[in-house]
Structures are given as C-alpha cells and as structure tokens.
Write a protein that binds this ligand. Structure first.
Ligand code: ATP
Length: 352
C-alpha cells in the first residue's frame, strides 16, 4: 500500500462540489505537486490531508493508518503556508522550537533540534532575531524549519513561494527540494505555477474543476498530456485544425497537406479535429519524409533570451516554433516567407 493514500475524496461547500472523486497514491519520500488554476480545489485537498477541513466522503490513510476523521494535531504533519504565519512575538529559535515545546520535548533536546534546523535552512546566526527583522525568503525558511522540527511524516506546502520575488522563488524552491530529498520526507506542494511544478516534482497532479485530470512525471505531463486542459495549462501549445480523411488509418488533411498520424482517430471523413504540438517540435525548413512541411509567413518574432519564439501564419492559422538563440545569426524578420515542418509522431490528438 502507498504511504499516503487518498481514496474517493469529495468535498462540498453547501451545494457546490469543489473536490470530486479525487484519488492518489503517494510513495514514501516522494515529492508531488498539485498544479491547477485558482479555485480548482487543490488547497481544499491539501487542507483535508492536513485535517483542517473534513471531507464530505472518501478516505485518507498515512502509513497504513486511517486519518480521515483525526484532528490536525494528531496526524504528524508539518505545514507551510503562503503567508509564512510565523509568531511575530517569538524569536526565530522560539518559532522553530514551538512544536517541540507543545510536544513537551526537554529543553536540551529542543535547543539541539533548533540548532540542527537553523543549519538545515542555512541561517545558523539568526536564531535570536524576530520575524520582522527577516526578508520574506528568510521568513519562509524559518516557517519550513518550524514545520520540520517535530519530524513530521508528511510535509504539506501551500503555495509557499507565491509571495516572494522571482529570484528568491527559484533559489528557495531548489532549497525546499534539496531539504526534502536530504530528509527523505514525503511532500505535497500546491502551486498554480507550471514551471515551478515541473521543475521540482517527482510527479505532478494536474487539477481542474475539483478533478485530478492527470497524474504523471513532469516528462509525461508535458509530452503526453491526457486531456486538452492539461495540454493547454502546462506549457505553450499549438492547436491546429485538421480534417479527417480516414479515421481507421489516422489520415488527416492539415494546412492542405495529407498527413498520416501514428494513431487511429475518432471522427467521420470531413470532420474537423484539432491536433496539438509543442513549439519546440516545429522547425523552420527541414523537409524529410517524417515531417509535414507547410509554407507560411512570419507574423511575429519574440526574443526571449536563450530561446526565440517565432509565430508563422500558415493556411489561415498560426504555428509557433522555438529556436535557440545563436549570437552570430539574427532571427528572421516579420513578413519573411518560410517553410515550417512538423514531425508526424509529435502531433497529438487530444481528448476533450
Ligand atoms: P487558489 O489557488 O485560489 O487557492 P485552489 O485551487 O487552491 O485555488 P480552493 O482554495 O481549494 O482552490 O477552493 C476551491 C473552491 O472552493 C473555490 O471555488 C472556493 O471559493 C471554494 N471554497 C474553498 N473554501 C471554502 C469554504 N470554506 N466555504 C465555501 N467555499 C469554499
């Protein structure tokens, strides 16, 4: 059995079902992100795991023990919030030692553990300061140390980086991952930021309208999105109209060109479907037998730094493609006539 097991979890507030048949198995030591837009129910699932919210139905088990009806303070869970939620009148060391004091740990053991935690978060000199004397990033590290000090079985992080600026966000997310790995603790991380979720997670749960649309590794979620929502929410995507020629053999017409997809389709001849492709799969030029070649005109060029995103108008639709910046080769200009090629095997037919 999985270490953290969520089965058929449901939550309604009045008549509104905000979490619907949510199922998930998390292995010990795994780092799992809940990714989804605002209001999709990810925080509500996290709060039910923490014990701050009672499920309408379903079960949550941690290490074989059912905790569904158990009070939050009896679940052995550590939680970090977006707002840090440090006690303003306690020092950093007292904040970190708070849970140990509640658990009636001895003074010497508490001091030792607080010292270990200060080292773990890289702030060994700051135990005597008060929260208002720390930067946002430092406060969030202290909140992490406070959550970890009582040695919880599970660490829950609710958008812990959202209040921080971009640079601090990236360095702290790497640090959270390092600490989680070092301790081997099972963690759930809630975020609406797809780059954050993809960059640090073992697996990502993409949540949409209270349902887990897809659970997979970042690689699977990005390259094999199970639904149209996942494909559009995670990363940039080209959606291209095509007409079915023969569904059983996967033949379609795309931009006036017949294309044989690797997969059978649903749909009658002449029916319009949409095909998805990531911009990095599309290239300028390069015609070979595994690629569909379409001619078009460059409609926009976005210089993003290491990557240049080029938008090409092709037979009444747009195809975006990414190329790497090369210092000795400026990008083509808007209005240039070009050929774009798309590999057959990377064209995805998406479920609704
Ligand atoms: P966000 O990132 O904005 O927090 P979320 O995906 O975490 O979004 P939740 O906070 O889980 O979403 O909320 C899901 C839905 O449940 C929302 O529509 C929200 O308004 C509603 N909701 C959450 N808590 C309550 C509550 N205590 N009473 C009534 N409705 C609630």
């Amino acid at each position: 059995m999985a270490f953290l097991d969520i089965q058929h979890l449901e939550k309604s507030f009045g008549p509104t079902r905000v979490v619907k048949d949510f199922n998930l198995d998390i292995e010990k030591g795994e780092f799992v992100s809940f990714l989804g837009p605002s209001g999709c129910g990810k925080t509500t699932v996290l709060r039910m795991v923490a014990g701050f919210e009672t499920p309408t139905s379903g079960a949550i088990r941690i290490d074989g023990r059912e905790v569904t009806g158990l009070a939050a303070n009896r679940r052995n869970i550590g939680m970090v919030f977006q707002s840090y939620a440090l006690f303003p009148n306690l020092t950093v060391a007292e904040n970190i030692g708070f849970g140990l004091k509640v658990a009636r740990e001895g003074k010497a053991a508490t001091a030792r553990r607080v010292g270990e935690m200060l080292d773990l978060i890289g702030l060994p000199q700051l135990g005597g300061r008060y929260p208002f004397q720390l930067s946002g990033g430092q406060q969030q590290r202290v909140a992490l140390a406070r959550a970890l000090a009582p040695r919880p079985q599970v660490l829950l992080l609710d958008e812990p980086l959202s209040a921080l600026d971009a640079k601090v966000r990236i360095s702290l997310r790497d640090e959270i991952r390092r600490i989680q790995r070092d301790l081997g603790i099972t963690a759930i991380f809630v975020t609406h930021d797809q780059e954050e979720a993809l960059s640090i997670s073992d697996r990502v749960v993409v949540t949409h309208r209270g349902v887990a649309d897809q659970v997979g590794t970042p690689f699977e979620i990005y390259n094999r999105p199970a639904t149209r929502f996942v494909a559009q929410f995670v990363g940039t995507l080209n959606l291209l109209d095509a007409d079915v020629l023969d569904a059983t053999t996967g033949k379609v017409r795309l931009g006036g060109v017949p294309v044989a997809l690797d997969q059978p389709l649903n749909g009658r001849p002449g029916e319009r479907i949409s095909l998805a492709m990531r911009p990095e799969s599309v290239e300028l030029g390069r015609s070979d037998c595994d690629r569909v070649v379409l001619s078009g005109e460059i409609a926009a060029v976005h210089f993003l730094g290491s990557v240049i995103r080029i938008k090409v108008a092709v037979a009444g639709q747009f195809v975006s493609l990414d190329t790497f910046n090369q210092p000795d080769r400026p990008p083509p200009s808007v209005g240039t006539t070009v050929e774009v090629s798309l590999p057959h095997r990377d064209l995805l037919v998406l479920a609704a």
